[in-house]
Design a protein around this ligand. Structure first.
Ligand SMILES: Nc1ncnc2c1ncn2[C@@H]1O[C@H](COP(=O)(O)OP(=O)(O)OP(=O)(O)O)[C@@H](O)[C@H]1O
Ligand SMILES: [Mg+2]
Length: 313
């Protein structure tokens, strides 16, 4: 029985499932969707086949093929109505098709939504997934996935030494989500969100422009990691500006999360930090929260936690 953990993010879809041979596989698909076009090169056309999806009579390219064809990141989902778009459906359908080709029948899908939109959109999300595949579906707030990865072992079974008073901080591209759990139960009213990594990338972009370096958003996001940019053949060290941008984002995350955690904050034994931005921000966050802890494989933690839950149900 294949259980799929699926985390549909604004920068990429993260998938985790167990192959027929028992190995856990993780796959990331860039969240880029474009109308399909004819590709004349035979090899490229064959590769594109795996990234081609039909939705309600329209054909789309998703993932790396779409990224390659548009030559840049065309982000479709920077607004609340992302779920209503055919492109979103194409992304979900394409992701499920890829897993089906590898794993055969999918018995259950566990997927999520940001904590801030969970209540209004969970039914919609469930309907989108069930339109793609007739299977059992669970929809949970995304930060739950990070906790589930901690709570359930790789091969299943609840860990006896799990932390029951925990905060979760999930740092994605556009949003950082937080939630908290006391005595093993989610605390209502604590969930919230604030800016994600794009905030730091935009701060860095602005600063570099002030310094006369003409970069685009993706260069700036990349520079947060590489700490340098290439400009007319020269390598420019931007580590000071990158650190400053990350430090501003770190303090904003701490402020927003602390305001939400309120009194619950001092009871949290651990604060688990996951999401694609976790590696870069953990240093900053441990200065505010000594109990902050980087989770295993942070960018995939939500999808992996969802997979573990799916196999335990
Ligand atoms: N190998 C990588 N390639 C690109 N970005 C990376 C990589 N590793 C980490 N990142 C960072 O991960 C961030 C995206 O994180 P993540 O995949 O968790 O976001 P998301 O789930 O797509 O977005 P959101 O949760 O806001 O919808 C990027 O902004 C980037 O800074
Ligand atoms: Mg995310």
């Amino acid at each position: 029985m294949t259980c799929l953990g699926m985390d549909v993010g604004h920068s990429s879809v993260k998938l985790s499932w167990r192959c027929p041979d028992g190995k856990v596989v993780k796959l990331m698909i860039p969240s880029v969707v474009i109308p399909a076009m004819r590709i004349t090169d035979k090899t490229a056309a064959d590769t594109a086949l795996d990234d081609t999806v039909d939705v309600a009579g329209n054909t789309y390219f998703i993932g790396n093929t779409a990224l390659h064809e548009v030559g840049n990141l065309r982000v479709s989902g920077l607004h609340d109505r992302w779920l209503d778009m055919k492109e979103f459906r194409a992304l979900v359908q394409g992701a499920i098709d890829k897993v089906t080709r590898n794993a055969g029948k999918i018995e259950r899908i566990v997927t999520g939504l940001p904590a801030s939109t969970f209540h209004e959109q969970q039914l919609k999300m469930r309907n989108i997934v069930s339109a793609c595949l007739d299977t059992q579906i669970r929809v949970l707030p995304e930060p739950n996935g990070i906790y589930l990865q901690h709570m359930i072992g790789l091969e299943g079974g609840v860990r006896k030494d799990r932390v029951v008073n925990a905060g979760i901080v999930a740092i994605g591209r556009y949003t950082t989500d937080f939630m908290a759990l006391l005595d093993g139960r989610w605390v209502e009213g604590v969930a919230g969100s604030c800016s994600g990594m794009s905030r730091a990338a935009n701060l860095l972009l602005k600063q570099l422009k002030n310094e006369g370096l003409d970069v685009d958003y993706l260069d700036a996001d990349d520079a947060l990691w590489k700490r340098e940019i290439r400009n007319y053949g020269k390598t420019v060290d931007v580590s000071r500006d990158a650190d400053r941008a990350l430090s501003i984002l770190g303090s904003e995350i701490f402020d927003s999360a602390s305001a939400r955690f309120g009194d619950v904050g001092r009871k949290l034994e651990k604060i688990f930090v996951g999401g694609g931005g976790a590696d870069l921000l953990i240093g900053e966050l441990t200065e505010y929260w000594p109990q902050a802890e980087l989770v295993e494989d942070p960018r995939f933690a939500v999808a992996e936690g969802f997979r573990r839950l799916g196999e335990s149900l």
